[in-house]
Design a protein around this ligand. Structure first.
Ligand SMILES: [Zn+2]
Length: 212
């Protein structure tokens, strides 16, 4: 990559720039960035226009659900899951990422609602408790009329553990224990990430969840 972008390679400046921009995307390796740039160079003009418009408007056209903090269409207060009265609103599943929510939804088994934290505690990466979206969750618990089940579905790794421990301790500290039954996914996910778990393992981890 360094050769392609930064030396006297014969590539036109615009292509070097595009390869550089693509290579800044996560999970894109050097060769992949070059291949994608050449794909775009040869792509249909309408496709490129659409791609540009979608990228430019992605932030403007989306927002966060005011209840669970999942992504929703801009201008909507609640996401489709929170709005759905046939879902069990006394069951809240805490996930680190929106992609974890999508994985759980794909499994088709879970019928409760969610709370998306967007991060997991990871001091090594300078992500601390205050960066996570916990305050809204404590507010939801505080405001609930019925006793809730909070299912902790943070990733089965160090960061997920730290996040889960913080939540459990905080429920004690805030004297909210009478308002919630806390459960955790059973340990059966080999990948260390909910996002990559296969449907069968995920459903059995949910089905065999344990009370904390
Ligand atoms: Zn929502």
């Amino acid at each position: 990559m360094a050769y392609i972008i930064f030396t006297d390679s014969p590539l036109p400046e615009a292509l070097k720039q595009l390869i550089h921009n693509i290579s800044l995307l996560p999970w894109i390796w050097e060769n992949r960035a070059t291949k994608l740039a050449f794909f775009m160079l040869n792509a249909n003009e309408n496709y490129l226009k659409q791609l540009r418009e979608n990228i430019m408007s992605i932030k403007e056209k989306t927002s966060f659900c005011e209840t669970c903090w999942a992504i929703t269409d801009a201008g909507k207060e609640s996401c489709n899951i929170c709005k759905n009265s046939s879902r069990d609103h006394t069951q809240i599943c805490i996930v680190e990422e929106y992609l974890d929510l999508l994985t759980l939804e794909q499994s088709g088994w879970y019928q409760g609602v969610y709370h998306v934290l967007w991060w997991a505690i990871s001091p090594m990466n300078w992500i601390f408790v205050w960066d996570l979206n916990f305050s809204k969750l404590f507010q939801r618990i505080d405001d609930a009329d019925n006793k809730l089940e909070i299912i902790i579905a943070t990733n089965p790794n160090l960061e997920g553990e730290a996040t889960s421990t913080f939540f459990i301790e905080e429920i004690e500290k805030r004297k909210l224990k009478h308002k919630v039954k806390i459960t955790r996914l059973s340990r059966g996910l080999s990948s260390g990430y909910i996002e990559y778990a296969d449907t069968m393992s995920l459903v059995s981890a949910l089905r065999e969840r344990k009370e904390v």
